[in-house]
Design a protein around this ligand. Structure first.
Ligand code: GYE
Length: 323
């Protein structure tokens, strides 16, 4: 009787283990993961490509993704994060609209033991243990690449107008910095006007219209536009055409992102160069999520490498572009 009881207990324990390991190993290993994704909004083609990449990858890996669109507002992102924490998600993916103001909510996530993976934009926090990793491009380097290209194109002389991204956003701050650094080496390169176009086509167009009429009134020649993203550049292209000028030749246009519409504009001769910024972050984001949940350590920054594309390669490269 005694022996039979022990055997039965052993079998029961065995069955329990089997049950646990089965539920953990079902499918790819992340089937049961619940992940919250707080996205900024849908201001640009770049951002829509990033959203699709993350959503598609979640489906592919069988992740239960809670998606929240913040409509460009940090307060909405903070609310979304608090709701993810309340729902006890396994991990949070955050694309932070601006750099500052995240400490309190990130502390709440940390206290709840929920890893936070930052995608595409960085944050400014005094304690970097408040997030697990940042997967992003080097925005300062992107700005430098754009600036270097323009210095060469203009032979070191020219009046530039700059269309900045969302105020306070990492790519707006860093792309400005990198570009300024690159053009500072040529005293003939002057940034004559600089304002935010909020990363959108409509605002880019609106700001460019104001600049063109102001320049006309001041008798100022605009030689080039530096836009922090393609959408604003494409808005500027429209404004320049409506003002009776030729974008791409009367005014040189330099931008960042490398979305399909930018390649099409290059093929048409209306945009001169774009510095790629890869938005297809889904696979890397979920690799990071899985590692973080498994308790593996991760690099603090996973850098996405970018390339410069100009008109000379646009037609050849366009069919291969994925976003
Ligand atoms: O360049 C721009 C966007 O954060 C890197 O945000 C991203 C930027 C991207 O809306 O188009």
């Amino acid at each position: 009787m005694k022996i039979r009881g022990v055997v039965l207990a052993a079998v029961l324990v065995g069955v329990m283990f089997l049950g646990i390991s089965c539920s953990n190993n079902a499918g790819s290993g992340s089937d049961s993961l619940k992940v919250g994704f707080s996205q900024i909004g849908a201001e640009s083609a770049w951002r829509s490509a990033e959203t699709d990449s993350i959503r598609n990858e979640a489906v592919k890996r069988g992740v239960d993704l809670k998606f929240s669109d913040a409509q460009q507002k940090q307060e909405n992102q903070i609310k979304a994060l608090r709701s993810f924490i309340a729902q006890r998600v396994d991990a949070i993916i955050l694309a932070p609209v601006v750099e500052t103001g995240w400490e309190p909510v990130l502390k709440e996530a940390k206290k709840a033991g929920i890893p936070v993976i930052l995608v595409d934009r960085g944050v400014n926090v005094s304690d970097d243990s408040l997030y697990t990793t940042l997967i992003a491009s080097d925005f300062v380097e992107e700005g430098r690449m754009a600036g270097k290209w323009l210095v060469e194109k203009l032979g070191g002389n020219g009046n530039i107008v700059e269309l900045q991204g969302t105020p306070g956003a990492a790519p707006a701050i860093d792309r400005k910095k990198g570009f300024e650094e690159a053009v500072a080496e040529s005293p003939g390169m002057k940034i004559v006007k600089s304002q935010t176009g909020e990363f959108t086509r409509s605002k880019g167009k609106e700001v460019m219209e104001t600049y063109l009429s102001a320049a006309r009134a001041e008798g100022l020649k605009i030689d080039a536009v530096y836009a922090h993203n393609d959408d604003m550049a494409l808005g500027a292209v429209q404004a320049i055409e409506e003002a009776g000028l030729k974008p791409g030749s009367d005014i040189i246009i330099v931008s960042i992102d490398g979305v399909k519409a930018a390649f099409e504009a290059m093929v048409d001769g209306k945009l001169n160069v774009t510095v790629e910024c890869n938005p297809l972050l889904g696979p890397a984001a979920f690799d990071a999520v899985e590692k973080a949940v498994a308790g593996e350590s991760l690099e603090k920054k996973i850098i996405v490498r970018d390339e410069v594309f100009d008109q000379s390669v646009a037609a050849e490269v366009l069919p291969t572009r994925q976003y």
